[in-house]
Design a protein around this ligand. Structure first.
Ligand SMILES: *[C@@H]1O[C@H](CO)[C@@H](O)[C@H](O)[C@H]1NC(C)=O
Ligand SMILES: *[C@@H]1O[C@H](CO)[C@@H](O)[C@H](O)[C@H]1NC(C)=O
Ligand SMILES: *[C@@H]1O[C@H](CO)[C@@H](O)[C@H](O)[C@H]1NC(C)=O
Ligand SMILES: *[C@@H]1O[C@H](CO)[C@@H](O)[C@H](O)[C@H]1NC(C)=O
Ligand SMILES: *[C@@H]1O[C@H](CO)[C@@H](O)[C@H](O)[C@H]1NC(C)=O
Ligand SMILES: *[C@@H]1O[C@H](CO)[C@@H](O)[C@H](O)[C@H]1NC(C)=O
Ligand SMILES: *[C@@H]1O[C@H](CO)[C@@H](O)[C@H](O)[C@H]1NC(C)=O
Length: 444
């Protein structure tokens, strides 16, 4: 078909001149249609002459951009099934309906770039419509039409926008909306994930959310070797006046935000089994003074993010933490620990061990420069990383304890070397001269 004739065709339609029986269009492309009993199959365009007794009409590779049912239906009074399928370039711009209702029972509009606006109240134009197939279009949210009398609806292959509410899908009847499980989100969020599952996860997330908090389905993942879709849920309880850790939250919660509360006790992380699967906990700006209760706990060896900025923590159990880091399966890339803004105790006993731990796990400790000595102490607000041992270990008692231990280590080390040396010497002597060491000769 030439572009000239197409222009004429479009012009004819736009002007609303009845196409059937007119001679505006040249004969050769009029008959792109094949009739088989009551079925008429056409390519590209509307049939241009009247076919009697046709009850099924199918147009493939449609180039129609204005579906004018207004003038058209008079030639197909008995039509019960209408199918229009576009190619990937077809864009339907308009559907015009006659004043009277159409008797079509099956309507299929596919690959036409239809958006939901086109479909608003569409069923009002039909009497007895039973099947509506609007799959493979550009529908982004559920079209507003009365579907109560429909028996089958197909919606897959559209561009569903999952940043909008998906609650509508949960009210639909699967025996009517037959391909609901095949609907996929288009782009973010939840790109290519099933709409139905996302809607169900969102509902459960909202229903089981911690009172006074907000819960959000961040994403869904399928784990390797399974088809099971797992929700990843974030609970936000920040700035809600919590004095204790919440004891309920959605089962698949991975992140809990508890910033800006008045929490001073972490024992629930140890005792409440729900916390076992929570990987990220943000407790910045609370009233924590220590985390001793977590020593040896499951949580401490499995966390991903533990954020404790701006609390009242003075000391950490460094050995327990070191051990937990070593055993944590999320090490090294996923683990993050924030400790800045706490009044760290910069004495000779704690500070050197603490600094050693910070150095060892520097890649995991994101705010290492904000980890400073308590404001009211001698090295007020000096970053621990800049502090040398000698600057904190000077009072005699502190000095003795730490240094004596070090000295003892050195002495023990030397003794071991001495004993091994003596053993080697004796062995060598025995091989060479056959003489036993003096001590052996004295033994009974
Ligand atoms: C429509 O179908 C009925 C029977 O179902 C028939 O009597 C009538 O002639 C048909 N009309 C047209 C225009 O084909
Ligand atoms: C549209 O294009 C896709 C690939 O881009 C192809 O799989 C599909 O068959 C095409 N549909 C039609 C009706 O041409
Ligand atoms: C669809 O129907 C509703 C209520 O019947 C009406 O308010 C709305 O304007 C209609 N929309 C269109 C596009 O006709
Ligand atoms: C939808 O259509 C049914 C009958 O087809 C009618 O009873 C019902 O009132 C309609 N609903 C709305 C909201 O228009
Ligand atoms: C989805 O809807 C949101 C708001 O309702 C809009 O901002 C966003 O652009 C839409 N996404 C797509 C892919 O159309
Ligand atoms: C939720 O917050 C309100 C007001 O802040 C408070 O009265 C209520 O006790 C809180 N509910 C729970 C379950 O914490
Ligand atoms: C959590 O909720 C608080 C208070 O409503 C809000 O200020 C904050 O931005 C939220 N955080 C996130 C990550 O959504």
């Amino acid at each position: 078909m030439t572009s000239t004739s197409m222009t004429i065709g479009v012009l004819v339609m736009v002007l609303g001149i009845p196409i059937i029986g007119t001679s505006y269009i040249r004969e050769e492309h009029l008959e792109n249609c094949v009739q088989n009993n009551n079925h008429l199959l056409c390519k590209n365009e509307f049939p241009t002459k009247a076919y009697t007794n046709i009850d099924v009409l199918k147009i493939t590779d449609s180039r129609i951009d204005n579906l004018d049912l207004k003038n058209w239906h008079r030639s197909f009074q008995n039509l019960s099934s209408l199918t229009v399928i576009g190619n990937n370039r077809t864009k339907l711009r308009r559907i015009a309906f006659p004043r009277e209702k159409l008797g079509i029972k099956i309507l299929k509009l596919n690959n036409l770039q239809i958006t939901s606006v086109f479909l608003e109240n569409i069923t009002n134009h039909f009497i007895g419509l039973e099947v509506l197939d609007i799959s493979n279009n550009y529908i982004a949210d559920f079209p507003k039409f009365n579907y109560s009398s429909l028996k089958e609806v197909y919606l897959k292959g559209n561009k569903w926008n999952c940043s909008k509410s998906l609650e509508w899908i949960l009210d639909l009847d699967l025996s009517v909306f037959r391909d609901l499980p095949e609907l996929k989100c288009f782009r973010m969020p939840h790109n290519n994930k099933p709409l139905l599952a996302i809607a169900q996860f969102r509902k459960i997330t909202a229903e089981t959310c911690t009172p006074n908090c907000s819960c959000h389905l961040e994403k869904c993942v399928t784990y390797m070797n399974t088809d099971v879709l797992e929700p990843i849920i974030e609970v936000n309880c920040s700035f809600r006046g919590f004095r204790t850790l919440p004891d309920t939250f959605p089962v698949k919660t991975k992140t809990i935000r508890l910033e800006g509360n008045e929490i001073s006790d972490l024992s629930a992380l140890r005792t409440n089994l729900r916390y076992r699967n929570v990987l990220d906990i943000y407790l910045d700006n609370n009233k924590l003074t220590n985390i001793h209760v977590l020593e040896g706990s499951h949580w401490l060896t499995n966390f991903r993010v533990f954020s404790l900025r701006n609390n009242q923590i003075e000391e950490l159990p460094t050995y327990a933490l070191d051990d937990a880091f070593k055993r944590n399966p999320n090490m090294p890339d996923a683990v993050r620990l924030n400790l800045g803004g706490n009044p760290w105790r910069c004495n000779c006993v704690f500070m050197p061990r603490f600094k050693e731990m910070l150095q060892k796990y520097a890649p995991q400790i994101k705010d290492i420069r904000d980890i400073r000595c308590a404001e009211d102490s001698e090295n007020s607000l000096v970053p621990i990383m800049d502090l040398s041992r000698s600057s904190v270990c000077h009072s005699p008692t502190e000095y003795t304890v730490q240094e004596a231990l070090d000295l003892l280590n050195v002495v023990l080390g030397l003794l071991i070397i001495l004993i091994l040396g003596k053993l080697a010497y004796d062995y060598y002597n025995f091989k060479k001269t056959g003489k036993l060491p003096w001590i052996v000769t004295k033994m009974p």
